[in-house]
Design a protein around this ligand. Sequence first.
Ligand SMILES: [Zn+2]
Length: 228
Amino acid sequence: MNIINTDLKFNGLTYCNSPRKVILHHAEAVSCSIEDIHNWHLNNGWSGCGYHYLVRKNGVIYKGRGEKALDAHCINYNAISIGICVEGSYNFETMPDIQYNALIELIRCICNKYNITEIYGHRELNATDCPGKNFPLDRIRREVRSGAAPKDCTSYPGYLLIMNPSVKDNNVRLIQKKLIEKGYSVGSCGADGYFGYGTLEAVKRFQRDKGLVMDGIVGERTWRKIMQ
Ligand SMILES: [Zn+2]
Protein backbone atom coordinates (compact mmCIF):
# COMPACT_ATOMS: atom_id res chain seq x y z
CA MET A 1 0.00 0.00 0.00
CA ASN A 2 1.46 3.35 -1.01
CA ILE A 3 0.49 6.39 1.00
CA ILE A 4 1.81 9.78 0.02
CA ASN A 5 2.53 12.12 2.91
CA THR A 6 1.35 15.51 1.80
CA ASP A 7 2.48 18.93 2.93
CA LEU A 8 -0.87 20.69 3.31
CA LYS A 9 -0.99 23.76 5.52
CA PHE A 10 -4.00 23.70 7.83
CA ASN A 11 -5.49 26.65 9.66
CA GLY A 12 -5.56 25.26 13.16
CA LEU A 13 -6.74 21.73 13.79
CA THR A 14 -8.14 20.17 16.96
CA TYR A 15 -6.57 16.85 17.89
CA CYS A 16 -9.11 14.79 19.79
CA ASN A 17 -10.55 12.42 17.22
CA SER A 18 -11.44 9.04 18.65
CA PRO A 19 -12.35 6.94 15.61
CA ARG A 20 -15.17 4.41 15.93
CA LYS A 21 -16.47 4.50 12.37
CA VAL A 22 -15.12 4.76 8.85
CA ILE A 23 -17.15 7.12 6.69
CA LEU A 24 -16.79 7.06 2.91
CA HIS A 25 -17.21 9.90 0.44
CA HIS A 26 -16.70 10.64 -3.21
CA ALA A 27 -15.12 13.87 -4.35
CA GLU A 28 -17.97 14.43 -6.84
CA ALA A 29 -15.23 15.39 -9.24
CA VAL A 30 -14.06 13.16 -12.10
CA SER A 31 -10.48 14.23 -11.46
CA CYS A 32 -8.99 15.97 -8.44
CA SER A 33 -5.86 15.98 -6.31
CA ILE A 34 -5.55 16.27 -2.54
CA GLU A 35 -4.40 19.87 -3.10
CA ASP A 36 -7.61 20.61 -5.06
CA ILE A 37 -9.74 19.30 -2.22
CA HIS A 38 -7.65 21.19 0.33
CA ASN A 39 -8.20 24.43 -1.57
CA TRP A 40 -11.94 23.81 -2.01
CA HIS A 41 -12.31 23.22 1.70
CA LEU A 42 -10.19 26.25 2.61
CA ASN A 43 -12.56 28.24 0.40
CA ASN A 44 -15.46 26.84 2.45
CA GLY A 45 -13.85 28.58 5.42
CA TRP A 46 -12.69 25.25 6.89
CA SER A 47 -9.23 24.48 8.30
CA GLY A 48 -8.34 22.69 5.05
CA CYS A 49 -8.97 19.25 3.54
CA GLY A 50 -11.84 17.83 5.58
CA TYR A 51 -10.92 14.18 4.99
CA HIS A 52 -8.20 12.06 6.53
CA TYR A 53 -7.42 10.31 3.24
CA LEU A 54 -7.98 10.60 -0.49
CA VAL A 55 -7.80 7.50 -2.69
CA ARG A 56 -7.13 8.46 -6.29
CA LYS A 57 -8.24 6.50 -9.35
CA ASN A 58 -4.70 5.18 -9.87
CA GLY A 59 -4.80 3.53 -6.42
CA VAL A 60 -2.41 5.98 -4.77
CA ILE A 61 -3.51 7.13 -1.32
CA TYR A 62 -2.85 10.65 -0.05
CA LYS A 63 -2.95 11.77 3.55
CA GLY A 64 -5.26 14.67 4.30
CA ARG A 65 -5.50 15.80 7.89
CA GLY A 66 -3.87 13.56 10.49
CA GLU A 67 -5.99 10.74 11.92
CA LYS A 68 -6.05 12.35 15.35
CA ALA A 69 -7.37 15.64 13.99
CA LEU A 70 -11.09 16.22 14.09
CA ASP A 71 -12.31 15.94 10.53
CA ALA A 72 -14.89 18.02 8.71
CA HIS A 73 -16.81 15.68 6.45
CA CYS A 74 -19.88 14.38 8.23
CA ILE A 75 -22.01 16.42 10.62
CA ASN A 76 -22.26 14.90 14.14
CA TYR A 77 -19.57 12.29 13.41
CA ASN A 78 -16.42 14.34 13.00
CA ALA A 79 -14.99 13.49 16.42
CA ILE A 80 -15.53 9.74 16.12
CA SER A 81 -14.63 8.78 12.59
CA ILE A 82 -12.02 8.45 9.90
CA GLY A 83 -13.20 10.15 6.72
CA ILE A 84 -12.01 8.71 3.42
CA CYS A 85 -12.73 10.37 0.10
CA VAL A 86 -12.34 8.71 -3.28
CA GLU A 87 -11.59 10.64 -6.44
CA GLY A 88 -14.49 10.39 -8.89
CA SER A 89 -18.14 11.19 -9.29
CA TYR A 90 -19.92 7.97 -8.48
CA ASN A 91 -23.45 8.98 -9.31
CA PHE A 92 -22.53 8.29 -12.92
CA GLU A 93 -18.99 6.82 -13.01
CA THR A 94 -17.94 3.29 -12.02
CA MET A 95 -15.02 2.80 -9.65
CA PRO A 96 -11.86 1.42 -11.29
CA ASP A 97 -10.56 -1.86 -9.76
CA ILE A 98 -7.20 -0.39 -8.79
CA GLN A 99 -8.91 2.35 -6.78
CA TYR A 100 -11.35 -0.13 -5.24
CA ASN A 101 -8.52 -2.45 -4.15
CA ALA A 102 -6.50 0.38 -2.59
CA LEU A 103 -9.61 1.56 -0.74
CA ILE A 104 -10.23 -1.94 0.66
CA GLU A 105 -6.63 -2.17 1.93
CA LEU A 106 -6.79 1.26 3.52
CA ILE A 107 -10.12 0.54 5.25
CA ARG A 108 -8.81 -2.81 6.51
CA CYS A 109 -5.74 -1.08 7.98
CA ILE A 110 -7.83 1.57 9.71
CA CYS A 111 -10.41 -0.91 11.02
CA ASN A 112 -7.62 -3.08 12.37
CA LYS A 113 -5.76 -0.16 13.97
CA TYR A 114 -8.80 1.27 15.78
CA ASN A 115 -10.84 -1.91 16.14
CA ILE A 116 -13.59 -0.43 14.00
CA THR A 117 -16.40 -2.55 12.59
CA GLU A 118 -18.75 0.17 11.36
CA ILE A 119 -18.33 1.41 7.80
CA TYR A 120 -20.80 3.92 6.41
CA GLY A 121 -21.42 5.90 3.30
CA HIS A 122 -21.90 9.60 3.99
CA ARG A 123 -25.54 9.43 2.83
CA GLU A 124 -26.39 6.93 5.56
CA LEU A 125 -25.59 9.53 8.21
CA ASN A 126 -26.34 12.94 6.68
CA ALA A 127 -28.85 14.23 4.11
CA THR A 128 -26.71 13.90 0.97
CA ASP A 129 -26.34 11.53 -1.99
CA CYS A 130 -22.59 11.18 -1.32
CA PRO A 131 -20.75 8.89 -2.23
CA GLY A 132 -23.06 8.39 -5.21
CA LYS A 133 -25.42 5.62 -6.27
CA ASN A 134 -22.75 3.62 -8.13
CA PHE A 135 -20.44 3.57 -5.11
CA PRO A 136 -20.04 -0.13 -4.16
CA LEU A 137 -20.80 0.36 -0.48
CA ASP A 138 -22.21 -3.08 0.36
CA ARG A 139 -19.52 -4.85 -1.62
CA ILE A 140 -16.86 -2.86 0.25
CA ARG A 141 -18.36 -3.73 3.63
CA ARG A 142 -18.54 -7.42 2.73
CA GLU A 143 -15.03 -7.51 1.35
CA VAL A 144 -13.42 -5.59 4.22
CA ARG A 145 -14.93 -8.05 6.68
CA SER A 146 -13.96 -11.12 4.68
CA GLY A 147 -10.20 -10.50 4.81
CA ALA A 148 -7.43 -9.55 7.19
CA ALA A 149 -5.57 -6.26 7.22
CA PRO A 150 -2.39 -6.18 5.11
CA LYS A 151 0.71 -7.11 7.14
CA ASP A 152 2.20 -3.70 6.62
CA CYS A 153 -0.06 -0.71 6.99
CA THR A 154 2.74 1.83 7.35
CA SER A 155 3.03 4.34 4.59
CA TYR A 156 5.67 3.99 1.91
CA PRO A 157 5.51 6.65 -0.76
CA GLY A 158 6.23 4.22 -3.59
CA TYR A 159 9.27 5.91 -5.12
CA LEU A 160 12.97 6.14 -4.29
CA LEU A 161 14.15 9.13 -2.28
CA ILE A 162 17.48 10.16 -3.80
CA MET A 163 19.80 13.04 -2.95
CA ASN A 164 18.50 16.18 -4.62
CA PRO A 165 19.19 19.38 -2.67
CA SER A 166 17.06 21.56 -4.96
CA VAL A 167 13.68 19.87 -4.52
CA LYS A 168 11.58 20.05 -1.37
CA ASP A 169 9.72 16.84 -0.61
CA ASN A 170 7.59 16.18 2.44
CA ASN A 171 8.56 12.51 2.42
CA VAL A 172 12.18 13.63 2.80
CA ARG A 173 11.19 15.82 5.72
CA LEU A 174 9.49 12.83 7.31
CA ILE A 175 12.59 10.61 7.12
CA GLN A 176 14.74 13.51 8.33
CA LYS A 177 12.55 13.90 11.41
CA LYS A 178 12.74 10.16 12.09
CA LEU A 179 16.50 10.05 11.58
CA ILE A 180 16.98 12.94 14.01
CA GLU A 181 14.75 11.18 16.55
CA LYS A 182 16.92 8.10 16.17
CA GLY A 183 20.09 10.10 16.81
CA TYR A 184 21.27 10.60 13.22
CA SER A 185 21.92 14.29 12.58
CA VAL A 186 20.94 15.40 9.07
CA GLY A 187 23.02 18.57 9.27
CA SER A 188 22.54 22.12 10.42
CA CYS A 189 19.33 22.77 8.46
CA GLY A 190 17.48 20.02 10.30
CA ALA A 191 14.30 18.49 8.86
CA ASP A 192 13.78 20.95 6.01
CA GLY A 193 12.56 18.56 3.31
CA TYR A 194 15.64 18.97 1.12
CA PHE A 195 17.69 15.81 0.55
CA GLY A 196 21.17 17.32 0.77
CA TYR A 197 24.61 16.06 1.77
CA GLY A 198 23.82 15.95 5.50
CA THR A 199 20.78 13.77 4.89
CA LEU A 200 22.76 11.55 2.54
CA GLU A 201 25.38 10.94 5.23
CA ALA A 202 22.71 10.30 7.86
CA VAL A 203 20.97 7.77 5.60
CA LYS A 204 24.28 6.01 4.91
CA ARG A 205 25.18 5.82 8.61
CA PHE A 206 21.72 4.48 9.38
CA GLN A 207 21.98 1.89 6.60
CA ARG A 208 25.44 0.81 7.84
CA ASP A 209 24.16 0.39 11.42
CA LYS A 210 21.13 -1.61 10.28
CA GLY A 211 23.00 -3.88 7.89
CA LEU A 212 21.28 -2.41 4.83
CA VAL A 213 22.95 -1.70 1.50
CA MET A 214 24.82 1.57 2.13
CA ASP A 215 23.76 3.37 -1.04
CA GLY A 216 22.30 6.53 0.53
CA ILE A 217 19.05 5.92 -1.34
CA VAL A 218 15.82 5.52 0.58
CA GLY A 219 13.97 2.66 -1.07
CA GLU A 220 11.27 0.59 0.51
CA ARG A 221 13.51 -1.40 2.95
CA THR A 222 15.36 1.65 4.22
CA TRP A 223 12.10 3.63 4.45
CA ARG A 224 10.43 0.97 6.57
CA LYS A 225 13.46 0.62 8.88
CA ILE A 226 13.61 4.40 9.37
CA MET A 227 9.88 4.62 10.07
CA GLN A 228 9.88 1.79 12.63
ZN1 LIG B 1 -19.53 13.09 1.56
